[in-house]
Design a protein around this ligand. Structure first.
Ligand SMILES: [Zn+2]
Length: 277
């Protein structure tokens, strides 16, 4: 295990972004993956960990995963306790259902893992040739996202295996990104290599990649049309308008998900199931 020696663990005391224990006796119900929007792990660890973090009392995570084996993994909160990693503007919970109780917020129900990545290209953060094109959950913005490194994927798998060894009721479908819970508020971790990471964690190469085929609005429109949802006369045209939004809401309602217009990891899973039923 590449885990650091705990030098960045938050003290379990008032005023720190850590809470003792989990509300449910089984512990957390899932894993929420994040990106740091930083270049290195040290910056993330100074912000979220140690005795006097930059975001003291505001935000934390259980782990921070560097981009290289040399950076390794830092731990900020023990798995026995809760980290304050998500909950603001949260619409959905770990299973894709609507968030109706504050008790179901991610900071009370999921393990939070930060992965060091710049996030999406923006002013001062230019994209490189290998960055990933992905559209936001509302279908209105195309982002170019920095890919995760192979060494990082290996470390994410190790962390995931440690989490699942402790909480074996956490299954592949209980992993999601911050933006899947808070699609109007967050972009992390759009473009995340879920298939690679989950196949490694669960040692199961048959786990389907339900994400890559749904990265862009054109992909999503084609899926909806294939499943019989009309997009009107213009069809799948790469322009996410009112009819596309309405088709997505109907697909969600028909699939047992909240009737909301955001394409999330939960949508990807349902779409794959319906396409392969
Ligand atoms: Zn996040």
């Amino acid at each position: 295990m590449v885990l650091s020696n705990g030098a960045w663990l938050l003290p379990l005391e008032p005023g720190q972004a850590v809470s003792r224990g989990w509300p449910l006796p089984t512990g957390p119900q899932g894993v929420t993956w994040h990106w740091t929007a930083t270049r290195d792990l040290l910056t993330c660890s100074k912000v979220l960990g140690g005795n006097n973090p930059v975001r003291k009392g505001q935000a934390s995570a259980h782990f921070g995963v560097g981009r290289t084996t040399q950076e390794g993994v830092d731990q900020y909160v023990a798995l026995e306790n809760r980290s304050w990693h998500a909950g603001i503007e949260q619409r959905f919970r770990w299973d894709g259902q609507a968030l109706t109780s504050a008790n179901d917020k991610a900071s009370r129900t999921t393990v939070g893992v930060e992965t060091v990545a710049l996030g999406f290209a923006r002013s001062g953060v230019p994209a490189e040739a290998d960055w990933i094109d992905v559209d936001t959950p509302d279908g209105l913005t195309r982002l170019r996202v920095q890919p995760w490194t192979d060494e990082q994927v290996t470390m994410m798998i190790e962390i995931g295996r440690a989490i699942v060894a402790k909480f074996p009721h956490i299954k592949p479908e209980h992993h999601h990104g911050h933006s899947d819970l808070c699609p109007t508020y967050k972009q992390d971790v759009l473009g995340f290599p879920f298939a690679k990471v989950l196949r490694g964690i669960y040692q199961d190469d048959t786990l389907a990649d339900v994400w890559t085929p749904c990265r862009t609005v054109l992909d999503r429109q084609r899926v909806l049309e294939t499943l019989g949802y009309s997009l009107g006369p213009s069809g799948a045209d790469g322009d996410w308008g009112r009819l596309s939004r309405e088709a997505l809401v109907k697909f969600h309602a028909d699939s047992g998900l909240p009737a909301e217009p955001y394409w999330t990891t939960f949508t990807c899973r349902k779409a794959y199931q319906r396409l392969h039923a």
